[in-house]
Design a protein. Structure first.
Length: 166
């Protein structure tokens, strides 16, 4: 009887410890997700954010960085975690007007994705809305933040050169 009571008490303690461990792991994953969202919190959101950034570009002459993603896209999440959420990109994005758009969140977002010819995710563009020109960033996977920044710089320079030649 005593040994059964000890076993029951041990099982109860193990169940409590398991529940506690699960709670801690779940909480840590939620904090990680919140920190990612916070790292991109300065980005404009959706079609409305694109319109606002387009208006800001006229005065600032900074291009718009346009990131199309979906919630179910593992490659999108990897790009966000390993590249877009890094301090290097956050600093570099001060030279642009960054916008993230999930085409599944509304009709206006879906129309915007269609206007840019988005066929898959992630899709990333550098846009000069004043001239109507855009450059697609082709390499978005298996890439370092530095390599991604190089692509953004090249796209920006190409747009500026084209604008100056008009």
């Amino acid at each position: 009887m005593i040994s059964q009571m000890r076993l029951t008490k041990l099982q109860k303690n193990l169940a409590i410890l398991s529940l506690l461990a699960f709670t801690l792991l779940f909480g840590a994953s939620q904090l990680s997700s919140m920190s990612l969202d916070a790292s991109l919190s300065e980005w404009q959101q959706g079609a409305e954010g694109f319109n606002k950034s387009s208006q800001l570009q006229v005065a600032s002459k900074k291009p718009v960085a346009l990131f199309f993603y979906t919630d179910w896209c593992d490659s999108c999440e990897k790009l966000r975690n390993e590249v877009l959420a890094t301090p290097q990109l956050k600093e570099f994005m001060t030279t642009m007007h960054p916008v993230q758009v999930n085409p599944e969140r509304g009709a206006a977002e879906n129309r915007l994705a269609k206007a840019f010819g988005v066929m898959g995710y992630p899709s990333f563009f550098v846009v000069d809305t004043e001239s109507g020109q855009a450059r697609v960033i082709r390499r978005t996977s298996h890439i370092t933040p530095e390599q991604f920044i190089t692509q953004l710089e090249q796209a920006s320079m190409s747009l500026a050169s084209e604008r100056n030649s008009l």
